[in-house]
Ligand binder design. Structure first.
Ligand SMILES: Nc1ncnc2c1ncn2[C@@H]1O[C@H](COP(=O)(O)OP(=O)(O)O)[C@@H](O)[C@H]1O
Ligand SMILES: [Mg+2]
Length: 219
């Protein structure tokens, strides 16, 4: 489903080039639950963003079912992403001036199937039925991440990418987020999660260890 070939990313900054990822080749099949582990700075976020069609590689290709993500023009790539890929960020990335329901529906825009009934249903399942009309500023970290999880699930994507999704959560909310990733996986979805913690690794069918921008090992 996902084929990464010789993926490289160099960030060009005023202070010089930062080689964040180099020569990463990887194949991820539909239905896998992959944990990406590695110390801070090892390239986890960079890797996830490139798989998510959000960050153009400096070299190499990412193919999703044979489609080369970065050969598409921007708008086409955005539509492809909205339809196929859900993303959960470590810092939530909710739109501050929209309420929770609209934050979830934002995901629907580009895919054209944003369905307010589905959004309400997801928010209910995530225990946020009483928070639908609150803005993110009024929510706890756990509630924000549950809202972000609803947003990621809205378009019934094929894959969910989650970047240290429980890094800022208390154990109860962390467990809630992980259980929704597990359910998505059990229903046939593909999950790729960058993580430090053992809990996500226990759910994973494969763990990839990154170090200094390369795959150290994959088990
Ligand atoms: N926008 C950026 N500009 C410059 N360097 C960056 C940028 N984003 C990440 N990096 C660098 O790239 C490397 C990998 O970062 P990242 O992918 O965020 O790793 P991780 O998620 O594992 O902590 C680090 O050395 C980091 O400092
Ligand atoms: Mg990171």
């Amino acid at each position: 489903m996902l084929v990464l070939d010789d993926l490289c990313k160099t960030y060009r900054t005023r202070a010089g080039d930062v080689k964040a990822l180099h020569d990463v080749s990887l194949r991820i099949d539909e239905g896998e639950f992959v944990a990406v582990c590695g110390p801070s700075g090892s390239g986890k976020t960079t890797l996830l963003m490139m798989i998510a069609a959000m960050l153009r590689p400096s070299g190499g290709t990412v193919q999703f079912d044979g489609t080369n993500l970065y050969a598409m023009a921007g708008p086409e790539r955005a539509r492809f992403r909205a339809k196929n890929i859900g993303f959960v960020f470590q810092m939530f990335h909710l739109v501050p001036y929209l309420d929770v329901l609209d934050n979830v529906l934002v995901a629907g825009g580009a895919a054209g199937k944003g369905d307010s009934n589905r959004a309400r249903d997801l928010l209910q399942r995530l225990g946020l039925q009483h928070r639908m009309h609150h803005r993110p500023g009024a929510l706890s970290a756990g509630e924000k991440q549950r809202a972000a999880m609803a947003r990621a699930l809205l378009n019934q994507p094929r894959v969910i990418l989650a970047d240290e999704p429980t890094g800022n959560l208390d154990p109860e909310n962390a467990q809630c987020v992980l259980m929704h990733l597990r359910d998505f996986h059990r229903a046939g979805g593909t999950v790729i999660v960058a993580t430090h913690g053992p809990a996500a690794q226990e759910l994973a069918t494969r763990t990839i260890h990154l170090r200094d921008g390369t795959i150290e090992c994959s088990v």
